[in-house]
Design a protein around this ligand. Structure first.
Ligand code: SF4
Ligand code: SF4
Length: 139
């Protein structure tokens, strides 16, 4: 879990609302790829002061990892990346379903998958109902 103190200097969510849209959020019974009822895309959270801990405590990797370069800004790449235990999760905006297969993203995803594998990690890309384990051998 990332906390506010981890945010890379100079970075902010800006107009991005991907983490209020792409993930499933149990506390709101919000399915994946649907806009949270408190979210106004482009303006942010309309319940900001009352938002639950699950929202307060979450920041994607781009916000907290200085090694992720500007190409990974969610508003630009249409993806959000975060880690759950051994799993690196990449949620892709279904409006841009193929962007993760383009460069520089495809090579970086392969690299992250390869780097995490020796310690039991893996990387999964979700695009709507399509799920791909990156780095897994076919068959
Ligand atoms: S996906 Fe990342 S940059 Fe976008 S709103 Fe969420 S934490 Fe901020
Ligand atoms: S309550 Fe606010 S911060 Fe949490 S998912 Fe909804 S819009 Fe986003």
């Amino acid at each position: 879990m990332s906390v506010a103190e981890d945010i890379v200097d100079g970075r902010s969510c800006g107009t991005c609302s991907l983490c209020c849209i792409l993930p499933e959020i149990d506390v709101f019974d919000k399915p994946a790829n649907s806009v949270c009822r408190h979210c106004q895309p482009g303006r942010g959270c309309l319940a900001y002061d009352e938002r639950p801990a699950t929202c307060r405590d979450f920041f994607c990797h781009w916000m907290t990892d200085a090694d992720m370069n500007e190409a990974w800004e969610p508003a630009r790449c249409h993806m959000m990346v975060y880690t759950q235990g051994p799993q690196i999760t990449v949620l892709v905006d279904p409006a841009h379903p193929h962007i993760w297969k383009t460069e520089p993203y495809a090579s970086q995803l392969q690299q992250w998958a390869a780097e995490s594998a020796p310690s039991g990690g893996y990387l999964i890309v979700y695009v709507g109902d399509e799920v791909t384990v990156v780095g897994a051998k076919a068959g």
